[in-house]
Ligand binder design. Sequence first.
Ligand SMILES: [Zn+2]
Length: 358
Amino acid sequence: MLRSSDGLGEQEHPRVLALELPEPGGPPARVVLELVQPSAADLPSHSDGSPPSRRAAGVSGAGATPHLEALQRIADENGGNRASPGPGYDASVQYAVDLLEAAGYDVSTPAYPLPKRLRRRSGESHCRNVLAQTRTGDPRRVVVVGAHLDSVRKGPGINDNGSGVSALLEIATRLGGSPPVRNAVRFAFWGSEEDDLEGSLHYVKTLSRSDRDDILVYINVDMIASSNAGYFVLGGEGKSRKKFGPPGSAQVACVLVEQLAATGVVARTVPLDRESDYAAFIDAGVPSGGVMTGDRGKKTGKQARRWGGQAGERFDPQYHTPRDRLDKLDHTALDRFTRALAGAVAHFAMSTGSRGPG
Ligand SMILES: [Zn+2]
């Protein structure tokens, strides 16, 4: 069960969201991100112009789809994959950087050293992550949302993790680089996740203590369009801190579950493991959570009754194969997760809560 006895649970009621649920047979589902404008005194002095009393952005899975198509094209043009280091990865970096810069973010591509065992194929000694931060919001209170940008060498990685990347690009471009938010929002696109999480581990390890302490929450997005999708929220479950996450993680999971519920689906919470980029944030004591639609695991009968799809089959039969392509995605899952993540980002971007103790 979820607990909410930590610091982030004490924040004021979110004044952020309105959800427009899809009408059956109606137009595509939209989430309206209502970033209710704070009182004039709260507004960051460097906020752009004077937005109307609220800024609305229609975020949807359909909006993420052009990014998925671009990532598929990049893989097709670069030997069938987007693995880091490699030309398909470099092209993915460039694609994300161009979009985020055009949307008005502060964008950087900090390098991380590649361990010797990863250098053989290309001779490169470094690779890059992509970080994009809003110019508004308190930079000492940062909401970080991350997805790994690399694929395995065996395939194009369109579900794993083109889906997470595309959802973040959709949210980031709709939100824009100068939204009227209380806390800064930082979108992270990690390299070398498929090689022992090198990109995110190095990034967190080399942040100063105070930069680490400025991170309010970390939300990880790794596979959200598996063809036999499950609806999993990671964090706030399990007895050990490694599985449960640092204090505050239950609140992150809670918000993700609530936001998914608003799209019409009941998610299942599961413990964190060390299998994606949240590992470094957990080690640093940052309240963390994540979402995923599943990979090698098989869907149970109960899960198939709850979520649809095929019982006894893997969540993603294409996982880590050349078949992880554009034509194998569950677009309903992609849409629900994209909208739920937009809601969670908006929620934490307006949060007045502090990090949980410790
Ligand atoms: Zn992945």
